[in-house]
Design a protein around this ligand. Structure first.
Ligand code: MG
Length: 400
């Protein structure tokens, strides 16, 4: 007898991130949560692609872990083809209902919990550095929950050609409640509060909504996803489990706690680094690419400035003042940030003092701009003529 489920699900961008890289699927008998990561739009592509592959391959396939490995290959192949998606990956926590048990396949730090008789038990193990330290007795579980590096993964889908998938069969019975969630929930809300919230809401959709709201209230530092599955009594089942519509939620749904939709995100470099710090090769490549881009941008800016200087500034002329004398300048009479954009080409015998007695040359100190070198030379010639004329007039008063 296949169990009947009632389902609630919500995903939310949270209060800090600009895009939602989480995704889920609730399409009986498949239920899954994925939390993508990777630069540019990689995270969103990875989680969505993993779930799509899972949905397609899950139909009639008995081996969920094999389906998850197929999803791994799909994400890995796409990342290998597109440099913009290189290094992307995703967590994946999926269950497939068969008879009265859930087949579980799991990679990463999204989680499955089972609530039974008022006790909340975690079914999955996080594939994180911190969890490994707990296993080795080098960190207490309490320290791990708040550890700043708790989201550094040791395993993710799509990052390598092959992936080790954790598998389990979980027997369920009426009254059980299953929670699948991303680390945006468990990083913000501790297990006592998750248990309390699950206990407060009989309706699984209300429970999902309340969990997401609690994570947002606690800061909403990450994308948040909660899928709640209630295992129903046989009698209620027939009425309440119309076939589930396919819901591959990759688009943020409006919720009172979520902010208005914003443009597609480019995740902060620090976050990508954090998620992959356990993978020195990948993160090195990532930084390498960031540095290359930085250099390219600086070169383009530098090249742009050089071109402006070479092809525009250096073709400008003006007549100005140099050491008290009139001079011919190449460039423009400006020095942004102390950067001189002109040079004296020729200093004349004309003094600035004499020349600026004429109203038309009053702007000499600021620079009298010219169309060309010839034009500038003409201005100097006119100045010289005017000065000589003034000298002549001074020597020979009018009328003589
Ligand atoms: Mg996350």
């Amino acid at each position: 007898m296949t169990v009947r489920l009632r389902v609630g699900a919500r995903t939310d961008v949270g209060r800090v991130r600009e895009g939602n890289e989480d995704a889920y699927v609730t399409r009986h008998p498949l239920f899954a949560v994925a939390d993508g990561m990777g630069g540019h739009q990689g995270g969103e592509v990875a989680s969505k692609l993993a779930l799509e592959t899972l949905e397609k391959a899950a139909d009639g396939a008995p081996d969920l872990a094999e389906v998850v490995r197929a999803a791994n290959r799909a994400v890995f192949a796409t990342a290998a083809k597109d440099p913009g998606l290189a290094g992307m990956g995703t967590t994946l926590t999926a269950v497939m209902v068969e008879d009265d048990r859930l087949h579980l396949a799991h990679v990463g730090d999204s989680r499955m919990y089972l609530l039974r008789d008022g006790n909340l038990g975690r079914v999955t193990k996080d594939h994180t550095v911190v969890e490994r330290l707990v296993d080795e007795g080098r960190l207490t579980p309490e320290d791990a929950e708040r550890h700043p590096q708790r989201s550094i993964l040791t395993r993710a889908l799509g990052v390598e050609e092959d992936v080790v998938v954790d598998e389990a069969d979980v027997d369920v019975r009426p009254g059980d409640r299953v929670l699948l969630c991303s680390d945006g929930l468990t990083g913000m809300v501790d297990e006592d509060d998750i248990l309390r919230i699950l206990g407060q809401h009989a309706d699984p959709q209300a429970a999902s909504d309340a969990l997401v709201a609690a994570a947002n209230q606690a800061g909403g530092q990450d994308n948040i996803t909660a899928v709640v599955l209630d295992v129903l009594e046989e009698k209620k089942a027939a009425a309440e489990t119309a076939p589930q519509a396919a819901v591959t939620e990759t688009v943020e749904r409006p919720s009172p706690m979520s902010e208005p939709a914003r443009p597609v995100e480019t995740p902060p470099v620090a976050d990508r680094q954090e998620r992959f710090a356990a993978r020195p090769v990948a993160s090195g490549r990532r930084w390498g690419r960031a540095v290359v881009w930085l250099v390219v941008i600086l070169v383009l800016i530098g090249g742009g400035l050089f071109a402006v200087k070479r092809y525009w500034v250096d073709r400008q002329w003006y007549v100005g003042e140099s050491g008290g004398n009139v001079a011919l300048y190449r460039g423009i009479p400006a020095a942004p940030l102390g950067f001189e954009l002109s040079e004296v080409v020729e200093e004349t015998e004309l003094t600035a003092e004499e020349v600026t007695r004429f109203p038309e040359y009053r702007d000499l100190a600021e620079g009298i701009t010219a169309e060309s070198e010839e034009d500038a030379q003409t201005i100097v010639d006119l100045m010289r003529a005017d000065v000589n004329e003034a000298r002549r007039q001074a020597r020979e008063p009018p009328g003589q």
